[in-house]
Design a binder for this molecule. Structure first.
Ligand code: GLC
Length: 549
């Protein structure tokens, strides 16, 4: 799909009125800090360890706030730090209103929020409404109660199918592979064991959002953290939660698709989910200036835009850009569709190229020197786009995926999907300083995941001193974005560009050019504000991007 106007002749890049893409509306223009924020995603376990156990923690984050201020981000998103058996890195929550001792306690959390605010940064925390841990007291009670007990109604229990109920209730598969149902032994004599639904690991039973206690408890959790001063929430699996009453079989092909709208997939994106988002929003509306961003895996523009209705989420992740290969057509299409999807709701997008669930961009774009160059180029593309940008810790250092030995993997996906290398490869701790692992991440000899021996030139300390480092590029881009772009103007105009390139113009006269063509291209006239690779004689090398004015 090609929507931008472009000429195939190399040379001049010109803005064209016809290709102007407007995502800005009255809703967006109303001051809202999140709409063009740069948010830094802290994978707490891997960011900084303050107590020498090899695992990152809240005090570790606190000790590095100066770095984040230097980087120039507006807010942090902290991945889950609640009490958890850590079957899925803390996304299996046993107590959503308490801090797991491995990360600190409530006092540490309060101090972190206070200090982040003092450094001028807001704090977003991760909430997990779709499921709990199997160690959550509700699930323990549900298993202990008989099949008819009201305790079971907080989760999704069903009788099995087939002779004697020995088969799962339907054909749903877990996002981590294997059946989405597990059988419990309820011990009650004569009663057939029931099955419970888990769209993720068996240690993450899905909640029943038709149960009023589930709704009330989630509101209580939100207020608990809002009263402690958090500025927003990242809503985990925000297209989950609602399940159809009939629990119809899914199209098995949906199991392999990142886009839940590609095949019939009743596990996700049911219409009933919007009522849940209105419930969440009603709580937030009692706290002006606070927000929620949802993790929404649907690439259908209309279905996506429904999550951004005025009484639902303020922002939602649309992962199209993170799924695009390093190809100018694919990237342009992803940008166009993302702007369109958010624009249908009168909002601006939240962009992201990376997360704790995805392969890191350096590796995704080909690895090695080419991967490094392309990831730098894409940093300039994403930071020039209208809307908010969510950076995943380590991307500002150009970290690649790490090939980890099987024995150290903690991701539950690697237990159920033997074909999957899992997500730990993008969760290796941050190298801060020094020449050997664990690079001041921790005082322990070993971090919770082994760190590569060749990261000494990717540490924060090494890169802070190097004006050509990835970190210096991110710092300059974040600063320029703030000074050059007009945050109230969400328009983007596509420009003509040579084949294999893309170009767009933003407010403040900023033109971003990406060269993915495999050969150098001449840049349009103008001052080069920033480039991901050296520009000589007005020529942009391949695998590079530049900001021109
Ligand atoms: C989200 C999280 C992921 C987690 C899953 C289940 O996709 O980002 O890390 O495993 O939800 O909670």
């Amino acid at each position: 799909m090609r929507r931008g106007v472009r000429s195939d002749s190399p040379g001049v890049v010109e803005a064209t009125r016809e290709s102007r893409q407007e995502a800005s509306t009255e809703t967006d223009r109303q001051a809202a800090w999140w709409q063009d924020a740069v948010v830094y995603v802290v994978y707490v376990r891997s960011f900084a360890d303050s107590d020498g156990d090899g695992i990152g923690d809240l005090d570790g984050v606190r000790s590095r706030l100066g770095y984040l201020e230097l980087l120039g981000v507006d807010a942090l998103w902290l991945t889950p730090f609640y009490v958890s058996p850590m079957a899925d890195g803390g996304y299996d929550v046993a107590d959503p209103r308490a801090v797991d001792p491995v990360f600190g306690d409530l006092d540490t959390f309060d101090a972190l929020v206070r200090d982040a605010h003092a450094h001028g940064m807001r704090v977003i925390i991760d909430l997990v409404p779709n499921h709990t841990s199997d160690q959550h007291e509700w699930f323990v009670q549900a298993c202990a109660a008989g099949a008819a007990g009201p305790e079971r109604d907080r989760y999704i229990f069903r009788s099995g199918s087939g002779p004697d109920g020995q088969q799962p209730p339907n054909n749903w598969v877990s996002a981590f592979g294997g059946p989405a149902w597990s059988k419990i032994s309820d011990g009650s004599a004569g009663e057939a064991s029931q099955w419970y639904l888990h769209l993720f690991s068996p240690e993450q039973p899905d909640l029943n959002w038709n149960n009023s206690e589930v709704r009330e408890d989630f509101a209580r959790t939100m207020r608990f953290w809002l009263d402690r001063g958090v500025d927003g929430f990242r809503i985990d699996v925000a297209h989950g939660m609602a399940k159809p009453a009939a629990l119809e079989n899914m199209d098995p092909r949906a199991a392999e698709s990142a886009d839940t709208s590609a095949y019939f997939d009743p596990r996700f994106d049911n219409d009933g989910v919007h009522d849940i988002h209105r419930h969440i929003r009603a709580v937030l509306d009692d706290y002006p200036g606070r927000m929620a961003i949802g993790e929404v895996w649907t690439f259908d523009e209309d279905r996506f835009s429904r999550y951004l209705a005025p009484d639902e989420l303020q922002q939602a992740f649309n992962f199209l850009l993170s799924q695009a290969p390093f190809d100018s057509d694919a990237i342009q299409e992803a940008i166009y569709r993302t702007l369109d999807a958010a624009g249908r709701a009168g909002r601006l997008p939240a962009w992201t190229l990376a997360s704790h669930d995805l392969s890191r961009q350096v590796t995704r774009y080909g690895g090695g020197a080419a991967g490094d160059r392309r990831a730098r180029a894409m940093a300039l593309v994403q930071l020039a786009l209208p809307g908010a940008v969510y950076l995943y810790n380590g991307e500002e250092l150009g970290l690649p995926d790490v090939d980890l030995p099987p024995g150290v993997l903690a991701d539950p996906m690697t237990r159920t999907r033997t074909d999957a290398r899992g997500r730990d490869r993008a969760r290796v701790p941050i190298p801060w300083e020094g020449t050997e692992p664990p690079y001041e991440f921790s005082a322990a000899e070993q971090a919770w995941l082994p760190m590569p021996a060749d990261w000494s030139d990717r540490t924060v300390a090494a890169q802070l001193e190097d004006p050509d480092s990835v970190l210096s590029l991110y710092r300059s881009a974040i600063e320029l974005r703030r000074t050059v772009l007009d945050s109230t103007d969400g328009t983007l105009e596509w420009s003509t560009a040579p084949a294999g390139c893309l170009a767009f113009r933003r407010s403040g006269g900023l033109v971003c050019v990406l060269n993915a063509s495999g050969a150098p291209v001449p840049l349009p006239e103008g001052e080069v504000l920033l480039a991901s690779a050296a520009v000589t004689d007005g020529t942009l090398p391949t695998d590079a991007a530049a900001w021109i004015r």
